[in-house]
Design a protein around this ligand. Structure first.
Ligand SMILES: Cc1ncc(COP(=O)(O)O)c(C=O)c1O
Length: 384
């Protein structure tokens, strides 16, 4: 059949991981038993009470209908309460909260809501690859801004001011940053909010990692006047161990929520009510939940640090989030070379930093979503 894919898919490659996973599968078929330290999908279960709510609610006869596009009030209230409790942010549950089917879909929805052909969006390099795919799919153009170690992985505002910003409508930011593990300060958010106001750019902050190995979760809403110019995405995928459940949220001014809802309500028809009620339970968990989770991640991180020492990589111990980001020794051309060497010689897969953008070329990223025994085995293999 002679059918062409749409032009909007041109230049949107297959996600690096899906390609690499196929290669790993092939190697496994040859009996290699590859340890995959690439992907950030939590391996631990959600809190048992969360699963219990899902089970009990799903057994009821009257919970199976389509749900409101805006989400259940129970979930919206839980999201607003979560923002108050952890980020000290006042959010109106009826007007300033939008439950999402994962924050990845929110990235697409925001781009589809605001970008016309020719509009530009600022994208972090290195950063989560979905920002650039979503901008391109929506018809916009990506304008990368550099994040560099010597600049403490913060945007270089002087350089940003020097470029032509007249067509820039959105700026994607993500702190704690994936892949660099950099945490934002309130001052950094204030500078970004001021930058957005000055240039009339909608700041889109993606915040899924603020509870992982981090004692001070922070939201962009902590910056004065942020709601006038910023949206924030959050997610239950990482800190609630619910990646497969697909629950996220968008927080922002009433007008922005309504605008994004205009697009979103044409894409999906709400979320299964028992999932929403269980998500509300997850959002109400107290510090003990995050402490025990971080206890496990911090044990794992020690092993990852040892593994990186063996590979003679350098890393900052103050990183937060679900990965460790490390600079490779200068004997390697780039992270791809090191990653391939470790994959083919040691049967361990680690992510080359270059997939997150050219400024990640000299780095690799290791996920903490592997059990201690698996990391011990990886360490043994790499050391041998
Ligand atoms: C920076 C970043 N944002 C968003 C997501 C997507 O999260 P969700 O599962 O909520 O769609 C990820 C997942 O890997 C991520 O790393």
């Amino acid at each position: 059949m002679d059918i062409k894919v749409s032009e909007r898919l041109e230049g949107i490659g297959e996600y690096y991981f899906s390609q690499k996973l196929r290669e790993i599968e092939e190697l496994n078929k040859q009996g290699k038993k590859i340890i995959n330290l690439g992907i950030g999908s939590p391996d631990l279960p959600p809190h048992p009470e969360v699963v219990k709510v899902l089970q009990e609610e799903a057994a009821k006869p009257n919970v199976h209908a389509y749900q409101s596009y805006k989400g259940s009030p129970v979930l919206r209230n839980a999201m607003a309460a979560f923002y108050k409790k952890w980020y000290q942010a006042d959010v109106n549950p009826d007007m300033e909260v939008l439950p999402l089917i994962g924050s990845k879909e929110g990235i697409m929805h925001i781009c589809m809501t605001y970008l016309n052909k020719g509009d530009e969006a600022l994208i972090p390099n290195p950063g989560y690859p979905t920002y650039s795919s979503a901008v391109k799919l929506a018809g916009g153009t990506c304008k990368e801004y550099a994040l560099k170690e010597e600049n403490n992985w913060e945007p270089d505002f002087k350089a940003l001011e020097e470029i032509d910003l007249s067509k820039v409508k959105l700026m994607w930011i993500n702190y704690p940053e994936m892949p660099t593990g950099k945490q934002a300060s309130k001052e950094l958010f204030e500078r970004i909010v001021a930058f957005g106001k000055k240039h009339n750019i909608l700041i889109c902050h993606d915040n899924p990692y603020s509870f992982i190995l981090n004692e001070q979760p922070i939201s962009i809403l902590s910056a004065e006047g942020a709601k006038e110019v910023a949206l924030e995405l959050n997610s239950l995928s990482k800190a609630s161990n619910m990646a497969g459940w697909r629950v996220g949220m968008m927080i922002g001014a009433k007008e922005r929520i309504e605008e994004v809802l205009r697009f979103k309500s044409n894409m999906d028809s709400g979320m299964f009510l028992p999932v929403q009620l269980a998500a509300a339970k997850a959002l109400s968990l107290d510090k003990e939940w995050y402490d025990q989770l971080n206890g496990i991640y911090s044990e794992r991180r020690k092993l990852v640090h040892q593994l990186l020492d063996v590979l003679q990589c350098k890393y900052d111990k103050a990183q937060v989030g679900m990965f460790v980001w490390a600079k490779i020794p200068s004997s390697y051309k780039d992270g791809y070379e090191l990653s391939d060497e470790v994959l083919y010689d040691k049967n361990v897969f680690i992510t080359p930093g270059g997939i997150f953008g050219s400024n990640g070329n000299g780095y690799i990223r290791i996920s903490l979503c592997a059990k201690k025994e698996v990391l011990e085995e990886a360490l043994e293999r790499v050391t041998a």
